[in-house]
Design a protein around this ligand. Structure first.
Ligand SMILES: [Zn+2]
Length: 478
């Protein structure tokens, strides 16, 4: 059996002016792809796959045309060299936007299908925050998406898709994909699978998998910060029984739609000032405050200083902000050296519209790295410590804090650019607060400019009605 594997994985806010360039992607190819943690799920299968290319970037703004063309070109070149193929497994995120292009994954997956031909079985694994389209579904035989947010089933999801691919190749059964778009767009912060109603909706999926003729049932929350016609939630079902697949997709879609007004934020959530009043009164620690509008793992720019400015204005004592991406400020710290004091403008280094603040800082610690993009600096102003980062990046793991010399448990207030907290930070937060801050992934969804989404999409239109209608992959109808 000849099975090739690869793909592209990122999520793009069309509200961000900061385009992704080739250097933003970490690309693995060949043996390095097979050896990477991301593809560890392959090992138990004991199957020699043909590695293509896998490109991954921290979510952000749209991918530049040049970056996309370069990556797609190399991917297709490797795919052609791998022919003939029995199977292809595409590991995708699903919410990529490319400068001047709609449905970027539709473009990538269609191009891959054109290369491998009609007889090849093509499986895709997705993030549940991806957006699908009829064009995508038409190219696929197998689809599986994460069932957890925060995502703790990444490896399991790719294994589900890969298992179905093997099952199809070994049994000769020919699966197909049915989907039912749901005209609702909700942010990940309201649809965590740890909270209701998402928890119950997702809990049903493994039961649907067991029904006769069904292989794998999925709920796609979709990605709300992309003003694109394809942006919707969806139910997607992989099956060998077309009728059963359509019925299940419609039932999932109706169930999700029925709950649309019941999705709410998990943690205590409110305006920044309200959250700081609660944090100030807290007798437990660490209070972990999520600066949700500037969350880089949701596509936020990560260069905003709104929370820093608010803490300085309150003369806050005992806080760590990790972190703000600001290369010019970081470089000035490296020139000044540890122990130096200097005036810095922090914020707005990538997006001129981002909030900034000017203050006196002391350089506490410089974290050097051979790769200039990995450099960080810890600076202090008053009772506030701030991590400056050279590149856009999250601080969602304990190791990110330890590298900067912090034990988050020992800090009164930890501020992270995040939506729902990561699996490492959530358990130690005491309490977790989420601030509805400004930024290109801000949570005031009805207020987002919506020029290109389908008009009758909740919550942009609140009184829309909906009857689920499943559509089959064009391939399945042949
Ligand atoms: Zn996601």
């Amino acid at each position: 059996m000849r099975i090739a594997i690869g793909g592209i994985h990122t999520e793009c806010s069309t509200y961000s002016p900061v385009l992704m360039v080739p250097e933003d992607f970490r690309v693995v190819r060949g043996d390095a792809l097979l050896a990477s943690d991301h593809f560890a799920f392959l090992k138990p299968f004991g199957i020699d796959c043909i590695p293509l290319l896998h490109a991954r970037a921290v979510p952000g703004g749209p991918v530049s045309k040049a970056a996309y063309t370069l990556l797609k070109g190399e991917f297709l070149e490797k795919l052609r060299a791998a022919l003939p193929l029995d199977g292809l497994h595409l590991t995708m995120h699903g919410a990529m936007n490319v400068e001047g292009m709609d449905d970027a994954e539709g473009d990538w997956i269609s191009a891959a299908r054109d290369v491998v031909g009609d007889a090849c079985i093509v499986a895709a694994s997705y993030d549940l925050h991806g957006n699908v389209s009829q064009r995508i579904i038409d190219q696929l035989d197998i689809f599986a998406a994460y069932r957890t947010a925060p995502h703790i089933d990444v490896q399991e999801t790719m294994a589900r898709a890969f298992s179905m691919l093997l099952k199809a190749l070994e049994s000769g059964e020919r699966p197909g994909v049915a989907w039912a778009p749901i005209p609702a767009l909700l942010p990940g912060e309201r649809t965590s699978t740890e909270d209701e109603p998402a928890k119950s909706l997702y809990r049903i999926l493994p039961k649907i998998d067991k029904k006769p003729g069904i292989w794998d049932a999925n709920i796609m929350v979709g990605y709300v910060w992309a003003d694109e016609p394809r942006a919707t939630a969806a139910a997607v079902v992989t099956a060998v029984d077309r009728e059963a697949a359509s019925q299940e997709a419609q039932a999932i879609a109706e169930a999700y739609w029925a709950e649309r007004e019941n999705f709410s934020f998990g943690p205590v959530t409110g305006l920044l000032d309200e959250m700081l009043v609660i944090a100030e009164a807290s007798t437990t620690q660490p209070v972990i405050l999520a600066d949700s509008g500037d969350n880089p793992t949701g596509g936020g720019v990560g260069d905003r200083a709104d929370v820093l400015a608010a803490l300085i204005a309150r003369n806050w004592q005992g806080a760590v902000l990790a972190g703000i991406t600001d290369l010019p400020a970081l470089e000035r710290c490296f020139v000044a050296g540890e122990g130096a004091s200097l005036g810095l403008k922090v914020g707005g280094s990538l997006d001129p519209a981002s909030a900034s603040v000017e203050a006196e800082f002391t350089v506490l610690r410089l974290i050097d790295n051979d790769a200039a993009a990995e450099r960080e600096a810890v600076v202090r102003t008053g009772g506030i410590d701030l991590v400056l980062a050279a590149r856009r990046r999250p601080y969602h793991n304990i190791a990110d804090f330890e590298r900067c010399g912090f034990d988050p448990n020992e800090i009164r207030l930890v501020v992270v650019k995040s939506g729902y907290l990561s699996p490492e930070l959530a358990p130690i937060s005491n309490p977790n607060l989420m601030a509805l801050t400004d930024g290109v992934v801000n949570q005031d969804i009805p207020a987002l400019t919506s020029l290109r989404r389908k008009p009758a999409t909740y919550p942009f239109q609140k009184d829309a009605t909906f009857t689920a209608e499943a559509a089959l992959s064009k391939r399945w109808l042949k």
